[in-house]
Design a protein around this ligand. Sequence first.
Ligand code: NAD
Length: 453
Amino acid sequence: MSTLSIINPSTEEPIRTVEMLDVEHTDQAIARSAKVAPSWRAVNPADRARLLRRFSEVVDAHIEELAQLEVANSGHTIGNARWEAGNVRDVLAYYAGAPERHSGRQIPVAGGVDVTFYEPLGVVGIIVPWNFPMPIAGWGLGPALAAGNTVVLKPATLTPLTATRLAELALEAGIPEYVFQVLVGDGASVGYRFVTHEAVRKVCFTGSNEAGRKIMAGCAEQVKRVTLELGGKSANIIFADANLEKAAAMAPYAVFDNAGQDCCARSRILVEENAYERFMELFEVAVKGVKVLDPSNEESEMGPLITGAHRASVAAYVEEENVAFRGSAPQGRGFWFAPTVLETPDRASRAFNEEIFGPVVSVVRFRDESEALEIANDGPYGLSGSIWTRDIGKALRVARGVETGALSVNSNSSVRYSTPFGGYKQSGIGRELGPDALLGFSEEKNVFLSTEE
Ligand code: NAD
């Protein structure tokens, strides 16, 4: 078995060595998962609910430990990391309410009674990226287990520590052995085995478009169910009648949170032209006020990027002549990158069109509503976005016109466990979270019972 050294992105120091599994180990884990699947689906709904509630409580008792692990492994600020661990707890608690409410229907038909049942798929493979290791694991895990599936989950090789710990906590909570397994290994071998192995009935993938396309094509071979949560290049649309002070004060956190390593990052700011100068004045103050500090410092609002290679990829998007202003970042060890604001006259530039996945934002002007929509919708992605205006009619018109899955008005929040989340266009297929998440982890079976003599 090969090993992998896990590096703290704030210090560049190794923090732990983990074992990397191969395809043979993956096949063994999938076989174990398939073996326990019948007994897990047979656990009655109230007991499955109780087990998920207990899992949520055990996670709650370990929030600080999980958060500290994420700070060290991923460089997330301690405040964010506590929220992320709390999100796993909340998602498990929310879906603990689901097994007893996952009702089918009784449909009026001639000659008998017609009923539908929701049944588990079997083994579900969940593939997680490095940017939000805990929440994205939880978004797949909670509803998949609640619907009666067993789960094999592959974290990103850069950030496996919290997922591995969550699997231990599941056992501690009484979730039976092998119902939830975490497999640390490469995407192309361990992850792709979820696609090719016939016992895995669904792949739930979050990550890059490049890998997503391969996974979707691979799943087509077996007509395998697949959910994809991919990249984004979302717009923060600011109209002149908005509360500009609030929009500008919050805009840095809509793109620089998690150092911009966020699929929902509002990395294009669109400002109505008669408010542009005023917005930029306020925005500069706000960007320079972002506290980019050691992520374990309670005051820190932004930590480092994940690796040196990723920092080089982010830096390659920044052409000095387009830099309007920058925030600050620590010097010395760690993969730091200061928040950077570009004024991009050229809307065809790479920086304006590609997902940078770092703390770099482009600002452009627009003339009117229709131009704002044209710019916001220009590109292959459609994940999130914000609209700032005091005019409710305009807010709704623009919200209906932006081709993305998760929008907010006079706010930058995209994710709540109780509301659906997912992308339009090449940002993905399917929805996670919200009241209907179990439908993505169930087959619907129709049964007709004749009442004829
Ligand atoms: P990535 O695609 O490189 O890797 C994601 C995961 O897939 C990792 O666990 C990796 O090992 C695995 N993987 C890679 N190639 C694979 C293959 N051929 N078969 C099976 N598994 C494979 O992505 P990343 O760099 O870890 O994450 C960043 C990307 O994730 C960004 O594009 C970001 O926008 C996206 N993302 C999307 C959402 C969303 O909900 N839409 C959320 C977070 C991140």
